[in-house]
Design a protein around this ligand. Sequence first.
Ligand code: TYD
Length: 203
Amino acid sequence: MARGRFISFEGIDGAGKSTQHAWLADYLRTKGHTVVASREPGGTPLGEKLRSLLLAEPMHLETEALLMFAARREHIAQVIEPALARGDWVVCDRFVDASFAYQGGGRGLSWTKLEELSAWVLGNLQPDLTLIFDAPVAVARQRLQANTAKPDRFEQEQSAFFERVRAAYLRIATENPGRVRVIDATQTPSNINKTLENIVAEL
Ligand code: TYD
């Protein structure tokens, strides 16, 4: 059985990645793939409990990073690795790049510490493809305000925080040209759908 494919979705809050994540999961199913759609933090019963804490509870930035990676360890063991071994496609709303962008770029945790955690928790696992949905912070904030009744702990951050997160995502894209594609998230949803169709056809 051929190993499945692993696609992660990234971007600052409000960029619109979750809508596209749901769309791509459905699209791949119409192409005959078995798709596991998941998210981080979360994706397992324990991970969803950690997510509730992470999105609500004030904590030290290293605690935040460690809990993100603890949830990820569980997610890889329980969901991602078994699915890929079965030959399924895994589409994940956020994965490890979010830790580099938010805890590293946004909060200022050292890149080296994140690389150590990543080496520990991921081993050789990396997404085959990472889609970064990119939009100016002002645009994303406007969308967020229009769509979010009760902003979580991250969504309550100031614009400067999201500027740093966005810059970190763009740095990750530059450093990983083979894996990462940046999508202009200011396009219409149907144009983005077409872009995604073309990109996954290459996989
Ligand atoms: P998000 O996908 O934005 O959830 P929703 O669309 O339901 O609001 O993810 C929740 C938050 O978690 C998001 O603000 C980014 C943050 N996050 C990190 O800070 N580090 C991580 O490693 C991950 C996976 C998420």
